[in-house]
Design a protein. Structure first.
Lengths: 341, 341
């Protein structure tokens, strides 16, 4: 969102045209990932005929798609050959360990995108047009998709979050990972502290993804599954650390406070809560990515939001948690909001 | 498309995330226009409660939408009140004579947007997933929508195009306006030259829009309708000027040459042809808006494209037209390509 609040510019219809056609950009990158184009680019030689053959596509379609991706900054074109840009080499080449191309599967999933076709109605009603509780409806299969698709992107944050949450804490530890999803955050803590035992809460089908990731990371022996709703299961405990990643924003403040109270009751005295959140500034329009996330919560939940630090701090305090602090994650739109029991 | 080919930047996942969620931007602006939010902003006072009441919407929905539009640069927020930015004051306030909000109706129309949900398939096949000839299927009602919705935006170009095409030509004139749509280009010529008679070609239902605009402009007496396919109707003539606005890009080069031959046959010796086109540079990836238009033609036609000047010049010459020149329109992604019979 590079265009944010640049009111100094001369009036121009361009931004309006660009915004109303922005869906075409999403479609182009989604199509490229679906066609496995970024693998073909890496294999070379990168001319239209070769790329078309490699991807099982037409030359006309491939030429136009590749030119469009060049305009967007995902390919570099020289003498009729297409190659990576620095960003696509690192984040879209499937051979790159940092490849996040799979996020297309979640961000472009019909269940995520469809409500935006009815956004005016949603603004009228003030609540998601999705059935029931929207994206947080029990056992919603979208979270299995999330766990698979978003793992590589979330994985980029797991390292810094793990270090931040542990903050040097060694020795035996019990960690509760609520809405574990792919499980990567709890798994990172288990990797950093070989005596940490993780209990992961999520829908049963989602936890299968987390379990597979724990196995891959070699921490399966210390990884326990607690399937069900975070609002209904018995957490057990007490825990040294509770992780609440990408979860609070789905609910209204009273529901968040209810959950945080339950979390506090499962914490050891002095234990730590760490929520991973999009935290906009008090003006609610900056920074752009964190603030803009509110719209996704409008479209997909009944009462969720991207909460400011002041709002989160108030919820933490109402739930009896203290020492509330915000730690922005480097090179990420996310913030870790820590509190203590 | 501000992001075009900025390969100097450090690798970042942000552009990928931003692009895959860009459809949300289109949806937000479309919803705001549908809710008539930009009228309410002008009426004031601009706080969330008032805007929600004025637009018949919820406060939660309105707050989140207005914050998002602020992030995008369409609203300015101060002390909890929303106002126009320079661009939205001129181009989105319905009371502004330059308001182009209606383009949302065409650019966001399901018939335009839907093929982008199947873009990978379209790249595979190399041709639109729409039925038959796609957007240029006979009597396609999308062009009535186009004529209504896009008129304000096209109107911004009509003045400069009219002056350019006439180039001082006075006295009695016959003008053929092919794919007239809203009719504004031919009407502009009629306004600039009171002895010009316009013959407008388009589907019958579309020509009703053009006729209404001609009446509004007071040139109805010199405005004649020729309903049907530009490839099939008898043009009559001979004409001093033939306008071909936003039309050639829908067809493959042989079809364009066929049409240009028919145009030349209807021209007086030395008569002028003026095509309004998106004309990318020879690299086909700049300027971004003109070059990016190819993707729309891939999605919605069998063989259309945004042609380079060299390609258009070749078509003109094959059709027997000479003195081919490109005249970029100021402050627009469009170019007028002139030729002579």
């Amino acid at each position: 969102m590079n265009t944010a609040q640049d009111h100094s510019a001369a009036p121009s219809p361009e931004l309006i045209f660009e915004t109303l056609t922005a869906y075409q950009r999403s479609a182009a990158l989604r199509a490229a990932i679906e066609l496995d184009l970024f693998r073909a680019v890496g294999e070379g030689p990168g001319d239209v005929a070769s790329l078309a053959r490699q991807c099982g596509a037409s030359e006309r379609g491939m030429r136009i798609l590749c030119d469009y991706l060049t305009i967007l900054g995902f390919l570099a074109k020289q003498d009729g050959h297409y190659g990576y840009t620095p960003s696509s080499a690192v984040f879209l080449d499937p051979r790159s360990p940092a490849c996040i191309g799979s996020i297309s599967g979640f961000l472009g999933h019909p269940a995520m995108a469809e409500p935006f076709n009815r956004l005016a109605d949603i603004v009228r009603s003030g609540s998601t047009a999705l059935q029931g509780d929207g994206s947080v409806e029990p056992e919603n299969p979208i979270w299995v998709k999330f766990a698979h698709s978003m793992a590589p992107m979330m994985g980029l944050m797991a390292g810094p979050l793990g270090v931040m949450v542990l903050d040097g804490l060694g020795g035996p530890l019990r960690v509760l990972d609520i809405a574990a999803g792919h499980g990567l955050f709890g798994i990172e803590v288990a990797k950093l502290n070989p005596q940490a035992r993780i209990t992961a809460v999520d829908w049963a089908a989602v936890l299968e993804v987390a379990r597979a990731n724990a196995r891959k990371a070699g921490v399966e022996q210390r990884y326990h599954l607690l399937p069900g709703s975070a609002f209904e299961v018995q957490f057990g405990g007490p825990y040294d650390i509770v992780l609440l990643t990408n979860f609070l924003h789905h609910f209204d403040p009273p529901t968040c406070v209810e959950l945080l109270r339950k979390v506090r009751a499962a914490l050891k005295p002095g234990g730590r809560v760490a929520a991973l959140e999009f935290v906009p500034d008090e003006d609610r329009v900056s920074p752009p990515m964190a603030a803009g996330f509110s719209l996704v919560m409008l479209a997909s939940t009944r009462g969720g939001d991207a909460y400011t630090f002041r709002e989160l701090e108030k919820m933490y305090r109402e739930a009896g948690l203290g020492d509330v602090r915000a730690h922005p994650l480097p090179r990420s739109p996310h913030t870790v909001v820590m509190g203590r029991g």
